[in-house]
Design a protein around this ligand. Structure first.
Ligand code: MG
Length: 272
C-alpha cells in the first residue's frame, strides 16, 4: 500500500471508530432528536402555545393556583408564572453535544465553563411566551438548579446568576432581576428539591402556571427515593393540571426520570 492509500485507509478507520464510539454514547439518539428533529421544536411550541391560550382564564380566576405549595388566602396576590431554566427556557444541548463527542459525562467544572460562555440558545416558543407574559403584567420568576452558593460553589467557586441573566438577555429575555432568579444554594434550604422555593414565591405571588422539563419542577419529593411506578401514578393523579396549569417540555437527555432508575437500567426495558 502506498502512502496515499495508507492515509485514506487510516482516515476511514478513524471515521468508523469515531462514528461507532459516538453512537455508543447513551445520549446519542436523544441528543440527535433534540437537535435535528422538527418534532422537538413542534413539542416545545405546542407547550407554549397551549399556555398562552390558557393564561387569560388563569388570570381571571382568583382561586386558580398551579402550586401545591400555595396555601392560605392568595386570591389578592399578584400573578406570577414560575419557570425552570435549563431545557425549559435555555437549550443546553450544545453542551451535551460536546459531552457526547468526548464520550464523557456531565460534570460541575465543564458545566460551569458552559454557563460562563452564555451560549445557550432559546427553547423554541419560550422567549415569545415570556414577552407575552410581561405585556400582561404577569411576573416571570425562574427557579433553577444552576448554582449560587453562599461563600462560592464548592468545586467551581462561582455564582452562576450573572452569567445566566446575561445568557437570557442574549436570547431576547432582557432585564431579568436577580430577585426573580432563585438559584440552588442562594438561601438556606434551597436545595435541588424545588419545593421550598415554590413556597417562598407563593407567599408573595399567586402562581398561575409552572413550566419545566422535570417532574420535580411541578411536584415535591419526586426526584429521589421513588419508583417509576409511583411517579407514573402522580402524573395520572394530576392529569387535570397538564396542559392547563403545568407545562412540561421534552428532555430525553437527562433528569430525575433517569436518576431514580436502578442499575442495570436494562431491567426497565419491556419486551413482548
Ligand atoms: Mg430543567
Amino acid at each position: 500500500m502506498n502512502n496515499f492509500y495508507r492515509s485514506i485507509f487510516a482516515g476511514v478507520l478513524l471515521l468508523l471508530f469515531t462514528g461507532s464510539a459516538l453512537a455508543d454514547n447513551n445520549n446519542f439518539n436523544s441528543l440527535l432528536w433534540m437537535q435535528a428533529s422538527a418534532e422537538y421544536k413542534a413539542n416545545t411550541t405546542q407547550a407554549y402555545n397551549t399556555a398562552l391560550r390558557n393564561i387569560n382564564a388563569a388570570l381571571r380566576d382568583r382561586k386558580w393556583t398551579a402550586a401545591k405549595e400555595q396555601v392560605g388566602n392568595y386570591s389578592s396576590l399578584p400573578p406570577a408564572i414560575v419557570m425552570d431554566i435549563d431545557e425549559t427556557v435555555l437549550d443546553n444541548s450544545r453542551y451535551m453535544g460536546k459531552v457526547v463527542f468526548e464520550n464523557g459525562e456531565w460534570n460541575a467544572v465543564t458545566w460551569n465553563e458552559w454557563v460562563a460562555l452564555q451560549s445557550a440558545t432559546a427553547v423554541p416558543g419560550a422567549v415569545e411566551f415570556i414577552k407575552a407574559m410581561r405585556e400582561k403584567n404577569v411576573r416571570v420568576i425562574f427557579i433553577s438548579n444552576r448554582e449560587c452558593r453562599r461563600g462560592g460553589n464548592p468545586g467551581t467557586g462561582s455564582c452562576q446568576e450573572a452569567g445566566t441573566i446575561e445568557n437570557l438577555a442574549k436570547v431576547g429575555v432582557a432585564g431579568v432581576l436577580p430577585e426573580d432568579i432563585l438559584l440552588l444554594g442562594e438561601e438556606d434550604g434551597w436545595t435541588s428539591e424545588k419545593k421550598s422555593r415554590r413556597e417562598y414565591i407563593s407567599k408573595k405571588y399567586r402562581i398561575v402556571m409552572l413550566f419545566g422539563d422535570d417532574l420535580g419542577d411541578f411536584l415535591p419529593d419526586v426526584k429521589s427515593n421513588i419508583t417509576p411506578e409511583e411517579r407514573d401514578r402522580l402524573v395520572s393523579e394530576n392529569s387535570n393540571n397538564w396542559g392547563r396549569k403545568w407545562f412540561v417540555l421534552p428532555n430525553p437527555t437527562y433528569g430525575s426520570w433517569l436518576n431514580i432508575l436502578r442499575d442495570p437500567k436494562s431491567q426497565y426495558i419491556l419486551k413482548y
